[in-house]
Design a binder for this molecule. Structure first.
Ligand SMILES: [Mn+2]
Length: 643
């Protein structure tokens, strides 16, 4: 059942009139919101290959049935920044099927599209929204930022959304030309009496964005003409949950004038708007439409949202998706099922039989439940995903539990039979064992803290190396490079990142030794090695470039083996640090000053002193058919760095 809720945003909270009014549909912007569709996830798994496409299609179907004005995506439309041709084709087919058509566009986009859509590497030859293109017949425009999976990468940073943008199927926004002093120009929509500003920021490495926020270098530009009449939405794709001190974006970093933050990247569906009492805005986290991991959060019912905006108020309808593969996550604690007495008296094989029965019964129950809870939608897959997290602390004999034989029993009924069972032991237990094999207690403590605070492993390793004694540090390899490789391995599945980084460093070290040192004195050599390693273990441009180069080698290595994953071999140097360099566009717009929608945009952030930037906006056009050129509008004057 769709849940419907009405909220009034801060500036109208005193104004109850807005809530009692029943607005005319001509004044209400209706937007379908969804994020993290991860097209192409598990593409090579016969069972699950189409899951991501099916769920995305359902979202598009809802958009069409609900007659929304447009679709807003929060990033990670694709699971990969180089999706396979198959996935790209299916995506294009879906967008073409659902988003093209004769439906009338009933809103106006009145911001400077040259600035909004200056996302491509080359100067964008089509700097206007797709529905204004006289050669395209768009019924439902799609607006999207990029996520961390489909982010721009390569020497000319491109992402799959650039392709869809050039096809005229998606309006890609929120890509920045520079990461210094970020100015975010909103998309400005007008429908009847409603004015909506949407700010978008494509995914940036969290630590980096964290730093940018701390330096107060993010500036959301607001219309100076009646700025309070605008409903303000910010779409971002970052960690919301802290994975380390700087590895997320705290809500209090975001600007207070916002009404809603649409938060992509987090996969748990938390579509019910959550009010931040300090910042006085709502956060809406749509979550993913396909489970990309077997974690607890992914089993929450997945939804698409339909956001209704009327003046300064909004309403959110939640539409549970009917085609998403069912997923059941269950925790089992063996000590709840097998008592100490049994453990002492029963033979190992009897105990194994007992374990087998506990797991089998649980799975059988879940399968019955899955059948009952199946939506009946013809496209919803029949086999569910199941994850049993089994705590076997105290039952060491199950270390050798033969789960391969066990899972075979279910391979016809469970989509992920091979990954169904996750045997784990309580942390404390494994720590005790670790002490026995004399692991560094500092490392154990840090890893324990990491586990408690759910930090990222790279962070813990960095903490360890920063604090440990010289004897415990790596002798040959530099730690910063190894962390860069580890991050790449974890975040991007770059399977050769670690081996390439090790080989590359060994090679560099050998070169250094053979070029500069001519001695047999081992002690001296060791000193020199140490010195060379220290020189390498820095965070300067040169060192970072060297790391990037090696990671590029790793990527090429992988592409050589999985050649089918790449459609552009020249474009495969992945930029670890997400520096996005782009030629600045030559802005040779003839500034056409239409009068009635004209307004000014200024900077709202007081810390950065800036003369008011006055811009003029062109008349918004519902559909600019017959015009070869989009309305040139809002060319910021007196700004040194245009997008
Ligand atoms: Mn993401």
């Amino acid at each position: 059942m769709p849940v419907s809720r009405t909220m009034s945003s801060k500036s109208s909270q005193e104004n109850s009139e807005d809530e009692s009014e029943s607005p005319s549909p001509d004044d209400v912007l209706k937007i379908l919101i969804t994020t993290d569709n991860h097209l192409g996830f598990a593409e090579r798994d016969d069972e699950r290959a189409n899951d991501s496409l099916i769920a995305f299609e359902e979202c598009l179907q809802i958009a069409r049935d609900e007659n929304v004005d447009f679709i807003l995506l929060g990033g990670d439309l694709f699971h990969d920044n180089k999706p396979s041709s198959h996935i790209m084709l299916e995506c294009i087919n879906l967008l073409r099927k659902y988003c093209l058509g004769d439906k009338t566009i009933e809103f106006k986009l009145i911001s400077d599209e040259k600035v909004n859509f200056s996302s491509t590497v080359q100067s964008n030859p089509f700097p206007w929204a797709n529905f204004k293109d006289p050669n395209l017949n768009i019924g439902i425009p799609v607006f999207s930022i990029h996520g961390n999976h489909d982010d721009p990468s390569g020497s000319t940073p491109l992402c799959p959304l650039d392709l869809l943008n050039s096809c005229g199927l998606v309006n890609y926004f929120g890509n920045l030309s520079s990461l210094e002093n970020i100015d975010i120009h909103p998309l400005l929509f007008r429908k009847g009496q409603t004015n909506l500003a949407i700010y978008g920021l494509g995914s940036i490495r969290d630590e980096r964005l964290h730093r940018i926020f701390l330096k107060n270098q993010i500036n959301l530009l607001r219309p100076t003409n009646q700025p309070d009449d605008w409903f303000n939405i910010f779409v971002i794709h970052q960690n919301r949950v802290a994975h380390g001190p700087k590895n997320y974006i705290p809500e209090q970093f975001l600007h207070e004038f916002l009404d809603i933050v649409i938060w992509g990247h987090e996969h748990d569906c938390r579509l019910t708007p959550e009010f931040n009492t300090v910042q006085k805005f709502f956060v809406i986290q749509p979550g993913s439409t396909v489970a990309t991991s077997l974690s607890e959060g992914e089993q929450i019912q997945k939804h698409a949202g339909i956001l209704h905006i009327y003046k300064k108020t909004f309403k959110l309808q939640q539409r549970p998706l009917q085609t998403v593969r069912q997923f059941y996550f269950v925790d089992i604690n063996l000590s709840d099922h097998i008592d100490e007495k049994a453990l002492k008296t029963l033979s190992n094989s009897k105990l194994e039989q007992k374990l087998d029965k506990i797991l089998t019964d649980t799975i059988d129950e879940l399968l019955v439940r899955a059948e009952k809870e199946h939506t009946g939608h013809p496209k919803q897959p029949k086999k569910p995903l199941i994850r049993l997290r089994v705590d076997y602390t105290g039952f060491d004999l199950f270390d050798s539990f033969n789960d391969i034989r066990f899972v075979q029993k279910f391979s016809d009924r469970v989509a992920n039979a091979k990954t169904m069972i996750n045997l784990h032991k309580k942390r404390e237990q494994s720590l005790l064992k670790s002490h026995e094999i004399k692991l560094d207690p500092d490392a154990i403590k840090i890893s324990n803290d990491q586990f408690k605070n759910a930090q990222r492993v790279e962070h813990s390793i960095q903490t360890y190396f920063d604090s440990t004694t010289e004897n415990n540090r790596l002798r040959l390899l530099d730690e910063k490079s190894m962390l860069a490789a580890l991050t790449e391995f974890i975040d991007k599945d770059e399977v050769y990142a670690l081996s390439t980084m090790v080989e590359g460093q060994i090679e560099q070290t050998q070169k250094f030794l053979s070029n500069q040192i001519h001695t047999d004195d081992v002690a001296f050599l060791e000193e020199e090695l140490k010195r060379f390693k220290m020189l390498q273990n820095v965070d300067d441009d040169q060192a970072n470039q060297r790391r990037r180069d090696l990671l590029t080698v790793a990527r090429k290595e992988r592409l050589k083996i999985n050649g089918d994953r790449s459609y552009n071999d020249d474009d495969d140097d992945d930029d670890l640090m997400v520096t996005q360099t782009r030629r600045t566009k030559n802005d040779d717009s003839d500034n056409e000053n239409d009068d009635d929608d004209a307004f000014e945009i200024n900077s709202m952030r007081p810390t950065q002193k800036r003369t008011q930037v006055s811009t003029t906006a062109g008349r918004g056009r519902g559909r600019g058919r017959g015009r070869a050129k989009a309305t040139p509008i809002a060319t910021p004057r007196g700004k040194r760095k245009p997008f």
